[in-house]
Ligand binder design. Structure first.
Ligand code: ZN
Length: 389
């Protein structure tokens, strides 16, 4: 048995904090039926983030669809996935009988907090990597049951490929990968392993040789490039931390030696414990990055859900703004502005841009929850944010 719950357990509201279950019981026993609006927002963002990418709504929607199908009367408003949001921005609003939906807060936050954290980390890496290739190797660092969520979030954040086969299938893309150290070790030689890869997979995949298993990166790179010639697309350095010293210097040396022998066309790919700040340092010398732990452990966004309206009247706890809200953003600079529902922000953004409404009625069939639209939204934002930095 695995330490994961089933879809049915989530839909039945079993994955909930005890206090919600008790609240539901009290309200039902007392016969209190009150329609409320509850909103999801984060008061702050992790680390030094001043914006984040909204993701995980697809799973929350599956849950809403299911419980509505079972008779629950809920109205949902949200900003689309892939939207750039900032602290104090309501990203999702649920309107319904509180006794009905309170037990789902735990699951809904879980869907959004983690996926948004990973999508934001992916987008930050994309911003740092400019046009260089980014591959998600993050699946193996988390529970296998959530690898499709990790890779979907990475894809939304602008990654070019994912290594987990099932994740790629769900995204409708080809999985990406090179070769593991295991293949080189078992075959006993980097050149032999690369030749075998080219023999069986050269027609369907780029041949990228892993050159840090047995010998020195420089000499292995030259050996495979000489042996494979034009068949070799690139080399990957996953150099162990204990041997790394100055990773940038190793990479530059490999590039130099390849170039000296006429192998300028061989791409340089790196992986192993890299983060966005290493990417920024290495992009002049590297063609692509494989990202693992840094991506999949992207800090969870601290979303919370709070009641902002009861029976049509604004009401919120201390420290929260009452009333339903609409979120607007400026597509020229991605600043956001929150206003009472039905109102528009006054004037223009400080950059001169025109405010555009983000919050939408999430009506099935009308509200766009496709992963490709979410990804396009992020890519557009990154282009703008890059130009601004
Ligand atoms: Zn603006």
């Amino acid at each position: 048995m695995m330490n994961t719950v089933t879809y049915e357990e989530i839909v039945e509201g079993k994955v909930t904090d005890l206090y919600f279950e008790r609240t539901r019981e009290i309200l039902k026993k007392k016969g209190i039926k009150k329609r409320v609006r509850a909103e999801v927002m984060a008061k702050s963002l992790p680390d030094d983030w001043d914006w984040a990418v909204f993701a995980g709504l697809d799973e929350a929607f599956s849950l809403f669809k299911e419980v509505k199908g079972r008779g629950m009367d809920l109205n949902i408003r949200a900003i689309p996935e892939g939207s750039i949001f900032r602290p104090w921005n309501a990203v999702l609003e649920i309107e319904g009988d509180y006794a009905d939906f309170c037990v789902y807060e735990t699951a809904i936050l879980g869907f959004l907090c983690q996926a948004s954290g990973i999508a934001t980390m992916a987008a930050r890496c994309r911003l740092a990597a400019a046009e260089k290739m980014l591959l998600s190797f993050g699946g193996r660092r988390m529970h296998p049951a959530i690898s499709p969520m990790i890779d979907r979030s990475a894809w939304i954040g602008g990654f070019d490929g994912v290594s987990i086969v099932t994740s790629a299938q769900r995204l409708g893309v080809k999985p990406s990968g090179t070769m593991p150290h295991g293949l080189v070790l078992v075959m006993g030689d980097t050149v032999e392993a690369t030749k075998a890869f080219a023999e069986y997979f050269g027609s369907q995949a780029k041949v990228i040789s892993l050159i840090d298993t047995i010998g020195d990166e420089k000499f292995e790179a030259v050996r495979v490039a000489d042996a494979l010639g034009k068949e070799l697309f690139g080399v990957r350095l996953d150099t162990p931390a204990s041997r790394r010293g100055d990773f940038e210097r190793i990479i530059r040396e490999v590039k130099w030696e390849l170039s000296l022998r006429g192998h300028d066309n061989v791409g340089i790919y790196v992986s192993g414990g890299l983060g966005e700040y290493e990417i920024a340092k290495l992009i002049p010398f590297v063609d692509g990055f494989g990202m693992g732990t840094y991506l999949s452990s992207g800090r969870a966004i601290d979303f919370s859900m709070d009641i902002v309206e009861i029976e049509g009247k604004p009401m919120a706890k201390r420290g929260k703004y009452a009333g339903a809200k609409d979120l607007f953003h400026c597509p020229e600079c991605y600043l956001t502005k929150s206003v009472p529902m039905g109102k528009r922000p006054f004037g223009y953004c400080e950059c001169g841009g025109k405010w555009a409404k983000m919050t939408e009625e999430a009506i099935p069939g009308k509200f766009d929850v496709t992963v490709e639209s979410a990804r396009k939204r992020v890519m557009r934002a990154i282009t703008t944010l890059r130009a601004l930095t």
